[in-house]
Unconditional design. Structure first.
Length: 472
């Protein structure tokens, strides 16, 4: 009781409404490495992260990104959550203002009197109007803390929207890269299918003429059938990727296929950029990390709101009414002093503090995960880049070996088994090269995403104009 009285007296001395209890939030420090451990990519030119897909030198990819962002249900949901948070803030702000309600009443009554043999009836009517007003003064900052939490959650929702944009852009680009790599494999299998089909035809003629063993004809036909099956399966995989792009963009499939057609089987070319030397920059570059930090700020403010419930509350109320030729009014303060609630209020404070500790762990985990994702992307990209030259030499060498064995087989100087073995080796090498180059583009995309896709905290004020959502 003495503590509560002292707190109330202090606040009154500082003027009404000037005291705010609870912790004042400060962004926590997170231990991070001072530099990236994996080698950073350098290709001479350096480009900004923002709008990174524009630098892939691929108009089809740029258009797909525009369509996806314009038609994404996930972005629409994120915008709706921003609107919801803004409405909650407006509601919270209203708690700090007086409320006034008007009321009116109309009554009519009749009464019958018996006077001797006569019955008399009187009718009366009355009108009463009035108004009631109340105002709870924010003595200990409960409303202010609630408003702080609401504002932090608006920032969080905006960060979530940007995070959804980053994820969507990465998914579209990754699917697009997979499709172009898939088309290259389709072309590869198509060429090999024609070659194997011709070999099977010639071997069949030779076997029927008695110049080759029947087993050679069977082997050649089996090899041709195998590559045809692989070709059909690869085509199906490409069709599935096209349908994924249709789903991501919300466009008609025919329109998407028409958009994709001009650059068929051409992998996009990522532009180099500066990764930066300080992992701590991730805190400012990743919208998901920033979102987690804003939720932490909100949970901190909620502690203060809960602590304020331990202290007295002061409200002013008044009313005025007029009716039937008379007037009445009343006005006065009401002081509510919490004495006993079975420990409910203090339990709420402990719960809010535990919620803050939980969110602090979530925030630190998000930062560590962000660093890990960048390190992993750097390692994978560096490994792919270092392997590409050798993979290219291997593919060319095995292809030259196969062409030589094919000529020897056609002149009768080599067996079909040797030719088939050489063919399989060359095919595997070419497939590995296509897969590696596709993966390299995917690793670039993963690195863009891991670094936040060009987002910055200043982007909280940048919302699509068509949504009508603006920063308060």
């Amino acid at each position: 009781m003495n503590v509560l009285a002292a707190g109330l007296a202090s606040c009154l001395v500082l003027t009404l409404g000037a005291c705010t209890v609870g912790p004042n939030y400060k962004q926590p420090a997170v231990r991070l490495p001072t530099a990236w451990q994996a080698p950073a990519p350098h290709q001479g030119s350096v480009s900004a992260l923002a709008g990174w897909w524009d630098r892939f030198e691929d108009p089809a990819l740029v258009k797909l990104q525009q369509l996806a962002e314009a038609n994404s249900p996930s972005l629409e949901q994120a915008i709706a959550r921003i609107d919801q948070s803004r409405a909650e803030l407006s509601s919270s702000k209203a708690d700090a203002l007086p409320s006034v309600t008007a009321n009116g009443k109309y009554t009519q009554s009749s009464q019958t009197f018996n006077v001797g043999d006569q019955s008399l009836e009187t009718t009366t009517a009355g009108v009463q109007i009035g108004a009631d007003a109340s105002w709870e003064i924010d003595l200990f900052g409960k409303v202010r803390r609630t408003n702080q939490a609401a504002r932090a959650r608006i920032d969080k929702r905006i960060d979530d929207w940007h995070d959804a944009r980053v994820s969507l852009a990465a998914e579209v680009a990754d699917t697009y890269a997979q499709l172009r790599g898939c088309e290259q494999l389709v072309d590869l299998y198509g060429q090999q299918s024609k070659s194997q089909g011709e070999t099977a035809r010639l071997t069949g003629i030779s076997a029927r003429a008695g110049f080759s063993a029947p087993s050679d004809a069977q082997l050649a036909e089996a090899s041709a059938a195998s590559i045809r099956s692989t070709y059909a399966d690869q085509e199906a995989q490409c069709n599935l990727l096209v349908k994924s792009l249709v789903s991501l963009t919300g466009e008609d499939e025919a329109a998407v296929r028409a958009l994709l057609a001009p650059r068929r089987a051409k992998l996009p070319t990522p532009a180099a950029f500066d990764v930066g030397s300080i992992p701590a920059d991730l805190v400012r570059q990743r919208p998901d990390v920033a979102s987690s930090e804003r939720e932490l700020a909100a949970t901190s403010a909620e502690i203060g709101a809960a602590v304020a419930d331990l202290y007295p509350s002061l409200s002013l109320s008044g009313s005025i009414s007029r009716g039937g030729g008379s007037r009445s009014w009343s006005f006065g303060p009401t002081l509510n002093l919490p004495i006993f609630d079975g420990g409910k209020s203090r339990a709420t404070v402990r719960s809010k503090k535990a919620g803050y500790a939980l969110q602090l762990g979530t925030y630190r985990e998000a930062v560590r995960k962000a660093v890990l994702e960048v390190e992993q992307a750097l390692v994978r990209l560096d490994a792919a880049r270092s392997r590409e030259a050798d993979a290219d030499r291997a593919a060319k060498g095995y292809q030259a070996s196969f062409e030589a064995n094919d000529k020897l087989y056609r002149t009768g100087s080599s067996s079909l088994i040797d030719r088939e073995s050489s063919f399989r080796t060359a095919l595997d090498a070419q497939r590995s090269l296509v897969t590696l180059r596709t993966a390299q583009v995917q690793y670039w995309i993963a690195l863009y995403k891991a670094l936040g896709g060009g987002w910055d905290a200043a982007d909280r004020a940048v919302i699509k104009p068509s949504t009508g959502v603006t920063q308060p």
